[in-house]
Structure formats: structure tokens, C-alpha cells
Write a protein that binds this ligand. Structure first.
Ligand code: SAH
Length: 380
């Protein structure tokens, strides 16, 4: 904490007083001097997430200030023709436990800790004043994850049918986010930079988009001149939205381009059939959600990457991602290289690309970095 790390673990507390009903945590040292203030989540392992280290009490004016700072940051980093972006990124914007995503005229604020849920009214006011969207949706998901950060939308849960959609632009392309379902925002804003790179590589090439969700990678590839893009996902609602994304951007939506399947089965079948693709995207859900999952998750990543690699044509590319915060970048890269040995395929690592600059990570809290993307080119 003295190093400004914003998390306080329950085991680190010597004694506490007060009932915490205002959601506030004030940390004092043995002599009673205030060290830091933050949001209190009594039932979480991370009992407090700190907002200030100068004795300042979190209130409406602090929320406004922090949101304003986050907004002016975004003015510098959000690309043109882009109206969907993360406006507030929790610790990365010194607003632990608060996420705000903007989708055109709609903003979705997610309160991801019990403490910030208690501050809902004031956080909502600050978001209205500063982010100033036409409409603000507030979502509470108070139960904290072990990693303290979580990827958007859990696997298999696309936006609910008939949900309210907000349309927005990303690099001039039209997308929809479901903003009314009980789930988080329903669009993976964090992959914007990877979509842009895919677009730049796509001309005349075939694209296999594994764990496609609403097919946003395919839209970027088609905009870049891809000859064909196939989306594979287990969720029918996700694929329905993928079809809509094609129509909305003026691309045909042939049935064969949307495959509802378990990716593991689907890629095995494709490998057996001897298929080959110029560009393969593999962006699975977080296989490791808690520490105990790591070993199994590592096996899952290695299997799916081995299979995906076998499908990449010589001179083609694989973009492989992991959004498991618990899996380090280093370990992920090792897993991917083991997969290439198993696949007996030679790849070169051309770039590493995680979430875009609208998802800043506090260097005091590196745990906020979760998305890892490796761009691998297969030898010709
Ligand atoms: N690449 C997407 C985000 C992927 S999120 C984007 O940029 O928008 C992960 C997706 O994997 C979800 O849509 C979920 O439905 C799907 N999924 C999870 N497990 C799966 C499995 N075993 N087979 C197929 N799809 C799966």
C-alpha cells in the first residue's frame, strides 16, 4: 500500500472499526494517521480498493475529477471514426472498481465491487455530468473476481435476445452492443487494435475466426478486403449478431460463414479434412478464472493452439489471444510455442498486442493487464 498498490487484502488488516455501511474504507497506521481511502468490500478477499493516498475522502467531486481526467486521456488515444471505447478503466484510471464503456449515444457503467456499488448514486451523477451520454445504463456485478479484473462477457453468453442495442463506430465500421442484458456490455472493445491489424493483413485472404462472438474480427477483415471470413462460436445469439454485423456493413451473410459448434470439435474436424486458411484468429474466453484452473487452462490453450496452427497456410498468420488475467504473458507465450512444436509448424512472433490505449493499466497495479495477443506468422 505504501507503494500505492490500490488493493488491500483481508489478511493485511490488524484491526478494524465501524460497520462500513457507507462503503468507505479508511486506512490508518498504528499511530492513527490516515494513509489512504477507498471502497470497502467486506466479503471480498480484496477488502478495500484505494482511491486516494493523501487523505482525500472519495466523494462526488473526486469522482468527477477522476472521470474528467479519464475523458481527456481518451481524447488523445481513441482513433477517429470511433464512437465505442472504454471511458473509465478501473485502477488504470484511478477509479478502482468502476468501468465505463461508451457505445455511441449510450454508456454502460459497471460497478464491479461491493464498495463501489454503495457509491452508486454519486458515481452515476458523476458519469452523467462528465461522460454525458444520451443514456446511462448502470450495472452492478459486485462480487469480485480473484484476479480483481475480468474480461468482458463470460463465455457462451451472448447478449440476450431482443435486448436493447446501441450502435457505434469502430474505425468507421458499424457495430452493435447489447446494453440491456444482465451481462456485461456485450462487445469486446479491448480488441480494437488487433482488429485493425487484421484488417491491414486481410486483402484477398481467407479468415477463420474461432470463438468469434459477434464476428467483429471478420468484419474488420472483410473491410480490409478478405476473400471470405468464417465465424465459429457455440452461441447462437452471438452468431445472429454476427450476421447483423455483416449486413450493417454491407457484406453478404451466407449461412456457411457462421458455424455454431464447439471450437475444439470444429478445428479437429477441419484439421482432419486438411483445411488451410490464410488468417486464423483464436480468441477464446478466459480458460483460467481461478488459480486452481491454471493447469487445465494451460492444456486447453495448448490444444486449441496446436490445432489452430495446423490450419494456417504457409505464409499465413495466427492471432492467438488469452484474456485470463491469471495466466502471465510469459507463460502464455511458452504454451503457444509448445503448441507449435506439437503442431510441427514453424512460426515467428511478429508482434504482441493487448488491449488498446483506452484500457490503461496502472503501473502500480499490473494485475489490471489481462489481454495478451500474439501475432504469429507461419514460415512460407
Ligand atoms: N473474439 C470475440 C470475443 C470472443 S469471447 C470478439 O472479438 O468479439 C469468447 C467467445 O467464445 C464467446 O462468444 C463464447 O460464446 C465462445 N465460446 C466459449 N467456449 C466456446 C467453445 N468451446 N466453442 C465455441 N465457442 C465458445
Amino acid at each position: 500500500m505504501l507503494r500505492r498498490h490500490p488493493w488491500v487484502f483481508s489478511g493485511a488488516i490488524a484491526s478494524q472499526s465501524g460497520d462500513g455501511s457507507d462503503g468507505r474504507a479508511e486506512l490508518v497506521d498504528a499511530r492513527g494517521k490516515t494513509l489512504a481511502c477507498g471502497a470497502h468490500s467486506p466479503r471480498s478477499q480484496i477488502v478495500a480498493r484505494l482511491w486516494s493516498f493523501d487523505g482525500r475522502v472519495p466523494d462526488l467531486s473526486l469522482f468527477r475529477e477522476r472521470f474528467e481526467a479519464a475523458r481527456s486521456f481518451r481524447r488523445e488515444v481513441v482513433p477517429p471514426e470511433t464512437t465505442g471505447f472504454r471511458a473509465v478503466n478501473s485502477e488504470g484510471d484511478l477509479c478502482p472498481g468502476v468501468l465505463v464503456d461508451v457505445f455511441g449515444e449510450v454508456a454502460v457503467m459497471e460497478l464491479v465491487t461491493e464498495g463501489t456499488e454503495r457509491w452508486r448514486d454519486e458515481l452515476e451523477r458523476a458519469a452523467r455530468d462528465v461522460v454525458g451520454p444520451g443514456r446511462l445504463v448502470v450495472r452492478e456485478s459486485g462480487s469480485e473476481r480473484d484476479s480483481g479484473r475480468r474480461p468482458p462477457l463470460p463465455p457462451g453468453e451472448g447478449p440476450g435476445e431482443g435486448g436493447e442495442r446501441a450502435s457505434f463506430l469502430e474505425n468507421g465500421l458499424t457495430f452493435f452492443a447489447d446494453v440491456s442484458s444482465g451481462q456485461k456490455t456485450g462487445f469486446y472493445l479491448d480488441q480494437r487494435d488487433n482488429r485493425a491489424r487484421l484488417r491491414s493483413l486481410a486483402r484477398g485472404r481467407s479468415v477463420l475466426n474461432l470463438f468469434s462472438y459477434s464476428g467483429a474480427f471478420s468484419i474488420a477483415a472483410l473491410a480490409g478486403g478478405a476473400s471470405r471470413a468464417v465465424d465459429v462460436d457455440s452461441s447462437e445469439t452471438a452468431l445472429a449478431l454476427a450476421r447483423e454485423h455483416r449486413r450493417a456493413n454491407g457484406f453478404p451473410a451466407a449461412d456457411l460463414d457462421f458455424v455454431r459448434a464447439d471450437v475444439f470439435d470444429d478445428v479437429r474436424r477441419r484439421v482432419a479434412a486438411g483445411e488451410s486458411w490464410d488468417l486464423v484468429v483464436c480468441d477464446p474466453p478466459a480458460f483460467a478464472k481461478k488459480r486452481g484452473d491454471l493447469r487445465r487452462a494451460a492444456r486447453g490453450y495448448q490444444d486449441v493452439n496446436r490445432l489452430a496452427m495446423s490450419l494456417v497456410a504457409p505464409g499465413g498468420w495466427l492471432l492467438t489471444c488469452s484474456c485470463s488475467g491469471l495466466l502471465s504473458a510469459d507463460l502464455f507465450q511458452k504454451i503457444v510455442f509448445s503448441a507449435s512444436l506439437e503442431a510441427a509448424a514453424t512460426f515467428a512472433l511478429a508482434a504482441r498486442q493487448g488491449a488498446g490505449a483506452d484500457h490503461p493499466v496502472s503501473i502500480d497495479c499490473p494485475e489490471g493487464e489481462y489481454l495478451k495477443g500474439l501475432w504469429l506468422r507461419r514460415s512460407a
